[in-house]
Design a binder for this molecule. Sequence first.
Ligand code: VTB
Length: 331
Amino acid sequence: MSSNNSKSTTLLDRILSIEIVRVAERAAVAAAMQRGRGNEMEADKAAVDAMRRELSKLPIDGTVVIGEGERDEAPMLFIGEKVGNKKGPKIDIAVDPLEGTTLCAKNMPGAIATLAMAEGGTLLNAPDVYMEKIAIGPGYPKGVVELDRPAGENIVRLAKAKGVKPSDITALILDRPRHADLIAAVRKTGAAVSLITDGDVAGVIHTAQPDTTGIDIYLGIGGAPEGVLAAAALRCIGGQMQCRLVLDTEEKRARARKMGIKDPRKIYGMEEMVRGDCVFAATGVTEGNMLKGVRFKEGYIETETVVMRSATGTVRWVRAEHRQLEKFGLD
Ligand code: VTB
């Protein structure tokens, strides 16, 4: 799907950037029907089923490289699963049909349905483990922040590069006990910490537009699948990201080895997690800062999706009204 590839792949890439919207929308609507019902599993399953149904219609020979977990644990959209009608080119697919299952089950802000597609063999095949992450938006010199530098130093360097005081910087961090030291180190510089309960794909994306979101940097440990999806988005809109898989047991290291990861301590830059051009989409499930949630109106369903294409850096906001309600299992 890269811009320097043949015309047909560019065309496919352009078509996929519309098709991917449909896939995300369907998953979001299915999940939204489960909003606030307190059942994370049901909400996730609804999103997975819908996403899989839509993916199967695409003219691609697709492989899920970031999915619901390895084969034994997830019946659908598992890592390695083939999707699409197999008639088109080889495409890597990263999915998180419901990012923020808890947010959806509790009808709290920020649940999204999200996926990314790229040329076959270009997305990091990461196991479903934790990942250390650091991300900032575009416009900074390369290396201004580094995963292995102390958090406080990163904040001070970022502030300097932005031309502001550390106290003018806001970091976004998942609210977890494992981040207590990290949060303290960031606050010690005078910077503010914005905490989220879930949803670090959107969290990373927030760093790309600090003027709008108020977020300058994303820090901390979240899921690896979410990390690769966030890297795909950031690749489209610009920014820097560094990540490292948390492979703290022999079992996890063995799983990673099977997926081709030789160095368990490797730090991946954004371009190593997404090695070519990609398309990324996310549809709001519940209301959120980034995206409106699904709205069930009289006679139609409204969705809001953001779709990004790295070949051109285009970001489209698609507000859709769906009237064929039977397609969503509603009449
Ligand atoms: C994050 C967050 C997700 O998982 O990746 C997080 O973005 C990491 O796992 O929305 P823990 O919840 O175990 O900390 C989610 O919260 C859920 O997938």
